[in-house]
Design a protein around this ligand. Structure first.
Ligand SMILES: *Cc1c(COP(=O)(O)O)cnc(C)c1O
Length: 392
């Protein structure tokens, strides 16, 4: 008989009932150090008192009115995002997938309104992940995501990650946009080098193509800057956000320049929940903390410690680990064994890690993880690796 919950997930047999900062606690009281943060979502840890305060204060006032009416919290959070980024304007969604949908629509509408009605193609790269809607799986093109779900939405061109020649050849008078994660998350913490992001920007400028960065996973302070692309000194025309932006409350956003957003006039897009007062209250508090004095400097400092410890683990367990990749608090341990085995050994050692493609185990801890917790996490991964060596 089919379970009452549609069985689309392969869940670990862990049942957390409570969270405290970087810790998750099971019903029996077992404590796990959480280096996954709900896949980069709990950016400020579990049960963060500031976020609880913002959420509950709003919960006592007003939950939902719909976008038929003014929602002052939207302007408050949008102003913060605009002031801290390349963007001139923001649309609020509830998830990364919804941000992908709007980014795609926005890019096509931009060219349509200029009379370039054939300019509909969006270029994406192998290993990318942009969500699970029919549009987002078409964007990815990955066999395991699209099989059985056709016909797929047309208009996506899939290129090999890092193939510059193919990219130059693929940009034609049909190209609306290039869509890329500055650091692939699900794809295995694969970083696009700064000079490649610069090259992409130049290529887009030369050809009038829009550049869309998917920073759903790598954005919102994850790499030690508010957005990962800032390290490269270039900015996109459109940016997708979600995950960390709500600190655990479902929230996403599309940020855009005034020019890129010019086609999205009244009636062209909407969302019942998007920008809901509860989400805005939490999102504003998250932004206030991330952009607060010295917060990101401190993330960078502690991320350096974490990276050092991981490099040490690679040296100590050469049969298990091959190297460290990624940046800031978005790090990957390249594995010589199955990443699922490392994650399972982590559970035994009471540390939460997240598998990814490309033989990588991800570390995406809360951005406010302490130095002591970083040391403890490294010790637990060390114990997990030692246990794995014993089984070989
Ligand atoms: C998680 C993720 C998405 C999809 O976000 P959902 O909130 O699950 O819809 C899109 N892009 C990237 C890079 C992601 O990591």
């Amino acid at each position: 008989m089919i379970p009452s919950v549609l069985p689309t997930y392969a869940r670990a047999k862990l049942n957390f009932v409570k969270g405290e900062g970087s810790w998750l606690i099971e019903a029996g009281g077992e404590r796990y150090l959480d280096l996954g943060a709900g896949i980069a979502v709990n950016a400020l840890g579990h049960a963060n008192p500031d976020l609880i305060g913002a959420l509950t204060a709003q919960a006592h006032r007003l939950w939902h009115v719909s976008n038929l009416y003014e929602i002052p919290g939207q302007k408050k959070l949008a102003d913060k995002l605009v002031n801290a980024s390349f963007a001139d304007t923001v649309f609020f969604t509830n998830s990364g997938t919804e941000s992908a949908e709007l980014a795609i629509k926005m890019a096509r509408k931009y060219h349509y309104d200029r009379g370039d009605t054939e300019r509909v193609e969006i270029i994406t790269f192998s290993g990318c992940f942009h969500g699970r809607s029919t549009g987002a799986i078409a964007a990815s093109g990955a066999e395991k995501m699209v099989k059985g779900f056709g016909p797929l939405m047309p208009g996506f061109v899939h290129l090999d990650f890092g193939d510059h020649d193919a990219l130059r050849a693929a940009v034609t008078d049909k190209t609306a946009a290039i869509l890329i994660e500055p650091i692939q998350g699900e794809g295995g913490i694969r970083t696009v080098p700064d000079q490649c992001l610069k090259g992409l920007r130049d290529l887009c400028d030369e050809t009038g193509t829009l550049l869309i960065f998917d920073e759903v996973q790598c954005g919102m302070g994850r790499t030690g800057k508010l957005f990962a692309h800032e390290w490269a000194g270039v900015s996109p025309d459109i940016l997708m956000s979600a995950k960390g932006i709500g600190g655990g409350f479902p929230l996403g956003a599309v940020l855009a320049t005034e020019d890129a957003a010019s086609g999205m006039v009244v009636g062209t897009h909407g969302s019942t929940y998007g920008g809901n007062p509860l989400a805005m209250a939490v999102g504003s508090k998250v932004m206030e903390i991330l952009t607060g004095n010295g917060f990101l400097d401190d993330v960078n400092r502690r991320a350096g410690l974490l990276r050092q410890r991981l490099e040490g683990l690679v040296g100590a367990h050469p049969d298990i680990f091959k190297g460290v990749r990624g940046s800031g608090m978005m790090l990957g341990l390249e594995c010589k064994v199955a990443p699922a085995d490392v994650v399972a050994a982590g559970y035994e050692a009471h540390v939460i890690l997240v598998p990814a493609a490309d033989n990588v185990v991800r570390l995406l801890p809360p951005l406010n993880i302490t130095e002591e917790e970083i040391a403890e996490g490294a010790d637990r991964i060390d114990a997990a690796a030692t246990a794995l060596e014993g089984t070989k």
